[in-house]
Design a protein around this ligand. Sequence first.
Ligand SMILES: [Zn+2]
Length: 323
Amino acid sequence: MEQFEINRIRTQLINRRDRLNRAAVDQKTGIHYLTLLKEVDAALERIDSGTYGICEVCHDPIEEDRLIVNPLLCFCIDHLSDQQKRSLEEDLDLAQKIQKTMLPARNLETEGWDFNYHYEPAGAVSGDYCDVISEGPNTYFILGDVSGKGIAASMLMSQMHALFHSLIPLNLGINRLVGQINRLMCESNPSSHYATLLCIKAELSGRIEVCNAGHLPALLIKKNEQLKLDSTGIPVGLFCDADYSVNSLSVEKGDTFLLYTDGLTETFFDEEEYGVSRLSKVFFDNHKLSSRELTKVILNDVNKFIAGKSKKDDMTIMTVKKL
Ligand SMILES: [Zn+2]
């Protein structure tokens, strides 16, 4: 764990200790507060002695995303008690259920557009953000990839979900929308946490605005020609004052977009990467299919490529077709 992250946790722990001290005096209930105080003091001692974040059983580092969520941990995931394991499983189960409710409804009305997606976490929860939001005559297709994996990444993903749903009705224009999300994420997260983001605003007429904040290029097949919609800015959550530019274009009936996260293109089999060029070919060869069929074909192709091996990263595929 990096020193600045440890310093941040230290400040947080001192703050918690003050609150616990005050609460213990106010409530006079003692025992529970005292146990918590002892745990906080012990964590501060571990920071000062340089043993913070090391498992007390095996002396390997404790998983960083777990420490960020609970800085009092002193065991790695392999060395939890049975009861701790059970409650961790319950937490993950609940987190997974919550995350599923944040995915776009399959039957969402998006007038003028046919969309489909495949969302596949590498573990219980994903750091990928996949959303489709209908606002008046416009539809927003959004894909994001939060740095890291697991619970910490999924928490940032849910924050992005909330921000997009609250800001889109304000009709800010897509560059200001992404700029605002960047600023809010910078202000509320440690700078080690950021996300790449691809946001498409699609109008009923076929006019499109694309803002790509450090994400992999979206692929577009426009009248049988394949185009790449490259990044137009840096990932969100890094620099408060970053600017985001927008590409505008218009599409016609049958034109098709493919959005994906690196869990798709950076899937490996032995030393070989699945890669963008392989993906481009499958996309091109099958772009006349419905978005649902197309998503299925791409998924089958990558599964065939890895031949039954498990994927190491969260993966999301989204296909969007102009009707
Ligand atoms: Zn351990």
